[in-house]
Design a protein around this ligand. Structure first.
Ligand code: 8ID
Ligand code: ZN
Ligand code: ZN
Length: 380
């Protein structure tokens, strides 16, 4: 049976002082009404192999974990990388992917103090870290060499019930729209942190390269909410209109412009003060080092397989550019990013489909045909 710290302590007290019938009644209230033994999930055995939507066992939470009844999960491009196995970081196999899960806590391990049954919780990319290394000590937990990753080294949110380390799981305010908040749990947190990493001043211009995608569509909005002016870069008229509807002042279409560097510099009168690279394109990343304004801050977020960022050294030095990497965000970044969402400053542009449709979503993502995010409803 799943143990529940505070309540089980109470239960022991009751077992001593109360009649057994009362203790039994209390036990009924303290566990979730019904947790099935099996559930639906999307699982694959080999990199790039078939993704099966099938019955799989419901996991049991460890003492430090909560069990989340995942209602919705966003599909991040990282999930596609995990399935393809195209990063130099081994994935757990077989794997249930997914790391933008939003749901309800239905059980918890004996050491969990910060969640109660019935709380709303979010499953993020960082499932857990050692908490003892020099990086964890500084709050850079995602940079921990022993980081455990949801939907990568730990089965994630493409299932109806997923376990999550209670320390890293996101607290979601009561009443949160679980479908809408799902993309905030990776895409939102990541771009919010990347914008903080860019360290720009209100009124400065930030270019978002890959602006119509899952991360990009939120980056545009966080940037606007943080007082920045936005130039979006992506491909096609539909994506251009979409990015502008989210608050971008300028749009450069990489499928139409022959000279992207010149087009960006022209639109921004000398180049953007900062760039958030969320495209999955090596060429776009290197271009950003060329079009950035003098003293520009270039943040690398998108992770195209095997990519190298090339920056001409002369340009880099005389313009005194800064190129920085940014990797998701920590617990405080998560709280802040969710708070922007809760206050209505950013809206999640998403479309809901069933969990069983994950392979079709990957196909659209691979072809660059998604505006914003697809969110999976785990009941279908
Ligand atoms: O912590 C991190 N660093 C982190 C967190 C989450 C995701 C990094 N990521 C990585 C993912 O693994 C992926 O490599 O960020 C990248 C983008 O994730 P996403 O936003 O979930 O992907 P998407 O929804 O497919 O959007 C990508 C967009 O890039 C555009 C596409 O049209 C699409 O809208 N794009 C491409 I591909 N090439 C482009 C180009 N040359 C481009 N936009 C501009 N110029
Ligand atoms: Zn992600
Ligand atoms: Zn650590």
């Amino acid at each position: 049976m799943l143990s529940i710290t505070r309540v089980s302590a109470l239960r022991t007290q009751f077992a001593t002082f109360a009649k057994p019938a009362v203790a039994q009644q209390l036990a009924r209230y303290s566990t979730a009404p019904s947790i099935p033994k099996t559930q639906k999930g999307c699982i694959f055995d080999t990199a790039g192999g078939p993704i099966e939507y099938k019955d799989i066992p419901v996991p049991t939470p460890k003492p430090n974990e909560i069990l989340v009844n995942v209602k919705y999960s966003g599909v991040c491009h990282t999930d596609l990388h995990a399935w393809k196995g195209d990063w130099p970081l081994p994935v757990k196999l077989p794997l249930v992917g997914g790391h933008e899960g939003a749901g309800v806590v239905v059980a918890k391990g004996s050491n969990v103090q910060n969640f109660e049954i019935g709380d709303l919780a979010g499953i993020k990319w960082l499932n857990g870290s050692c908490m003892g290394c020099e990086f964890c000590q500084q709050g850079a937990e995602s940079n921990c060499p022993d980081a455990d990753l949801s939907g990568y080294t730990h089965d994630g949110s493409f299932q109806q019930y997923a376990t999550a380390d209670a320390v890293q799981a996101a607290k979601l305010p009561p009443g949160t729209d679980l479908a809408a908040v799902a993309p905030i749990l990776c895409a939102g947190v990541t771009v919010y942190k990347a914008l903080k990493t860019a360290d720009l001043r209100p009124g400065q211009i930030v270019a978002i390269s890959g602006a119509a995608g899952g991360l990009g569509s939120l980056a545009v909005q966080y940037a606007v909410a943080m007082g920045l002016r936005v130039l979006g870069i992506d491909g096609g008229e539909e994506k251009g209109n979409f990015v502008k509807s989210l608050g971008a002042e300028f749009f450069v279409d990489f499928t139409k412009e022959k000279d992207i560097v010149a087009a960006v510099q022209k639109a921004t009168n000398g180049g953007p003060h900062g760039v958030i690279n969320v495209s999955v394109s090596e060429a776009a990343i290197s271009q950003s080092a060329e079009y950035a304004r003098t003293l520009g801050k270039i943040v690398l977020v998108g992770l195209p397989a095997g990519a190298v960022c090339k920056s001409p050294v002369f340009n880099h030095v005389v313009k005194s550019l800064q190129i920085k990497g940014s990797y998701v965000g920590n617990r405080q970044d998560t709280t802040e990013a969710v708070d922007f969402f809760t206050r209505g400053l950013v809206k999640s542009p998403f479309k809901i489909v069933g969990l069983s449709e994950l392979p079709e979503v990957f196909e659209l993502m691979e072809k660059g045909k998604i505006l914003g995010r697809y969110v999976l409803d785990t009941s279908k």
